[in-house]
Design a protein around this ligand. Structure first.
Ligand SMILES: *[C@@H]1O[C@H](CO)[C@@H](O)[C@H](O)[C@H]1NC(C)=O
Ligand SMILES: *[C@@H]1O[C@H](CO)[C@@H](O)[C@H](O)[C@H]1NC(C)=O
Ligand SMILES: *[C@@H]1O[C@H](CO)[C@@H](O)[C@H](O)[C@H]1NC(C)=O
Ligand SMILES: *[C@@H]1O[C@H](CO)[C@@H](O)[C@H](O)[C@H]1NC(C)=O
Ligand SMILES: *[C@@H]1O[C@H](CO)[C@@H](O)[C@H](O)[C@H]1NC(C)=O
Ligand SMILES: *[C@@H]1O[C@H](CO)[C@@H](O)[C@H](O)[C@H]1NC(C)=O
Ligand SMILES: *[C@@H]1O[C@H](CO)[C@@H](O)[C@H](O)[C@H]1NC(C)=O
Length: 619
């Protein structure tokens, strides 16, 4: 389910684009209005539903669904219309006229007929996603050299794989599975190629040496294909008993003349034996295959997939139909993927938290989202849905990560969030796992981070939104945007859904208020405690992993009047903020007071931090 993430794409594509921009003579023949005409004639020649809101009198760059333009709004840069119900044949001279197009995704529609030659040869094209349609005919042999991702899988393309693929030196993804391609596989010496799938075609011959390092998963379902990673290409069947070579070495005429009658009988007998053997093997294979198919189908039926679904779709992935499309999106969310796309997306593990694993998923239309896979959820479906609604309601705040969608089934619970790219307070303070990559953090940045986080938690606690508790405040849940200008709180509101064992997981025990560890209940005051630990950690750069009870450690150091030793050495260098640092330390210690009632409220905490920040910037 989780594929290797392709760093290459995200890193390489902008630079490739730049290079292309610099190298190509800028074609000025096609301006935006002729691109609009081309798109309109594309849309008019296909059947489609009302979601395709392309109208001649509306601005193409800002209001047409699925269309994105260059920054200066002069050309169409990408078209993404996955699963939008397009039906019919794409005429040439439509999409092929968009000579700045970089991304074209028309996957999961019902497009038929030949793929126009002019699309694949568009010089600007980098990403082409046409999988899950019903295209037929040959794959055009004139291919854009800039292609990075080429996905034509699950169509009915036939003929041979074009040799021109050999020249696609930027290609990273090549998916051609489930077509009817025949003939040999070209020798693809493409150092950039990371994902290859040629399964379920009619390709034959031996697998080129350059592709032998891909797994057999990339080639299965091509009966006549052989060689590593598939079984060796020995003679199809060794002749068991024939004393004579079956196939003549010299010309057939002269060979026959030299044979005796007995020899001919032996040859005929062995040919017949061979023929029978082949038939038996084929029959056996066929029976096995049929069995396999039936079990997949019955499994899908057993899980309750609807009878009126098209059978082709029932097999399209490991996810039975009944479970598909149950990804619940919240209003105002512009994503257009479904669960299957999500499962198919390339993903990178971002982190394993106490509640589950977070993945960064790059969907094949280029969207980047974070998928959190919850383990040990104790809540039932109703309860889960209600909590999701509450979480969604607090998301409307500059410093809170909004939830975009969720998925709930008996054995899988997924949450989908926007991706925030600047790391977390944890990585800022302690670097990545190896201890490298920590950035020096000055006093003002630390105050700003704490203040934004405090404001976000205030918002979560505020009454009109209902009784929501963050429940899992720790530095790795305080995220930063790429420019470090804004911080965003994540993972809020999940605690009530989880099993007790996961909420007291060792991973975040140091941040839990003592009373909430015992009662397993969280409230606003236990959030204040957790925030207090984060505050102390931000001042001392000591994490609760390092000193088991950070509040106690801070107390002990302060009691012995080594106050300056408690602070992060990087901060102590700035002598002029010493007083503010001590004030901040006092606030932190108040937050981690053992008695919940003596802790300040979050409003109060935010107010004090703001004051401290103001006095240090004045001083
Ligand atoms: C399309 O363009 C808009 C605005 O220019 C941008 O916010 C959005 O991220 C773009 N979408 C994609 C998928 O690139
Ligand atoms: C690959 O590129 C080379 C050099 O540009 C060219 O000569 C050759 O014909 C191309 N091969 C195919 C199959 O297009
Ligand atoms: C592969 O199949 C083609 C016909 O599609 C045939 O001409 C060719 O001889 C086959 N090659 C091998 C190695 O079997
Ligand atoms: C295949 O992998 C081996 C070991 O990882 C490497 O030495 C070899 O060069 C690879 N072969 C190709 C064709 O990439
Ligand atoms: C594919 O490879 C895996 C492990 O490398 C092996 O277990 C499996 O039997 C292979 N399948 C085929 C069809 O060769
Ligand atoms: C290729 O596609 C087939 C589905 O047709 C799938 O079973 C197989 O796992 C895929 N292989 C790879 C390497 O993704
Ligand atoms: C791909 O082809 C194989 C073999 O024909 C089949 O078992 C599988 O269901 C196909 N996958 C899809 C999504 O059509």
């Amino acid at each position: 389910m989780v594929h290797l993430k392709l760093k290459f794409i995200s890193l390489a594509s902008p630079s490739i684009f730049l290079i292309l921009l610099l190298c190509l003579p800028s074609p000025s023949t096609s301006d935006l209005s002729s691109e609009k005409q081309a798109l309109l004639s594309f849309a008019n020649s296909l059947h489609h539903g009302p979601r395709l809101n392309w109208k001649p009198n509306t601005p193409i760059c800002s209001s047409w669904i699925g269309v994105n333009c260059t920054r200066d709004q002069t050309h169409v840069l990408s078209i993404r219309l996955p699963g939008i119900g397009l039906y019919g044949e794409i005429p040439p001279n439509t999409l092929g006229k968009l000579n700045h197009l970089q991304v074209l995704s028309l996957r999961s529609n019902r497009l038929i007929g030949n793929l126009p030659v002019d699309i694949l040869s568009l010089h600007s094209l980098h990403f082409l996603y046409l999988q899950q349609n019903a295209f037929s005919g040959d794959i055009p042999s004139s291919l854009s050299l800039g292609l990075i991702s080429l996905d034509l899988s699950y169509n009915s393309f036939s003929g041979e794989m074009p040799l021109a693929i050999q020249n696609l030196s930027q290609l990273v993804v090549l998916n051609l599975q489930n077509n009817s391609l025949s003939g040999p596989i070209p020798d693809l010496k493409l150092p950039t190629l990371r994902r290859l799938n040629l399964s379920h075609n009619n390709l034959n011959g031996s697998i080129p040496f350059s592709l032998q390092n891909f797994s057999n998963d990339s080639f299965t379902g091509n009966i006549q294909l052989c060689g590593p990673p598939l079984p060796q290409c020995s003679a199809v069947l060794p002749s068991p008993s024939s004393p004579l070579p079956i196939f003549p070495q010299s010309s057939e005429e002269s060979y026959k003349k030299k044979l005796s009658a007995g020899g001919i009988i032996v040859i005929v007998a062995s040919v017949i034996a061979l023929f029978l053997l082949v038939i038996i093997v084929l029959v056996l294979c066929f029976m096995k295959k049929k069995e396999g198919k039936e079990s997949v189908a019955s499994k899908a039926n057993g899980l309750g997939s609807g009878n009126n679904e098209r059978p082709k779709e029932e097999h399209s992935s490991g996810v039975p139909m009944a479970k598909k499309n149950k990804l619940i999106f919240f209003d105002g969310c512009s994503y257009t993927f479904n669960l299957e796309d999500l499962l198919r997306a390339s993903a990178e593990v971002l982190g394993k938290g106490s509640y589950g694993t977070a993945y960064k998923a790059v969907l094949d239309d280029g969207c980047v989202v974070v998928v959190k896979r919850l383990k040990e959820v104790a809540a039932g479906k109703k309860e889960f849905e209600q909590q999701m609604k509450m979480i969604e309601r607090v998301g409307n705040h500059a410093h809170i990560l909004p939830i975009r969608a969720y998925y709930y089934s008996k054995d899988e619970k997924l949450l989908v969030y926007d991706y925030v790219s600047g790391g977390s307070l944890y990585t800022l303070l302690h670097g990545n796992h190896g201890g490298t990559g920590k950035t020096p953090l000055d006093w003002d940045s630390r105050v700003k981070i704490l203040l934004d986080a405090a404001k976000a938690i205030c918002h979560i606690h505020s009454k009109p939104l209902g009784k929501l508790i963050h429940g899992n405040i720790k530095p790795s849940n305080i995220l930063l945007t790429r420019d470090h200008h804004s911080i965003i709180i994540s993972d809020h509101g999940l605690t009530p859904l989880m099993t007790p064992s996961s909420t007291t997981s060792k991973l975040s025990l140091g941040y839990r208020a003592p009373e909430s560890i015992m009662s397993r209940k969280c409230n606003v005051k236990s959030d204040v405690y957790s925030f207090g630990v984060v505050l102390l950690e931000t001042l001392t750069r000591k994490s609760p992993d390092e000193v088991v009870d950070l509040p106690r450690w801070v107390h002990s150091v302060v009691r012995e009047e080594w106050t300056s030793e408690v602070f992060d050495a990087e901060l102590v260098r700035h002598k002029n903020v010493e007083e503010e640092m001590v004030q901040m330390l006092r606030l932190g210690l108040a937050c981690v007071c053992r008695v919940p009632e003596e802790r300040p409220g979050m409003e109060e905490v935010a107010r004090v931090i703001e004051e401290i920040g103001r006095s240090s910037s004045e001083g």
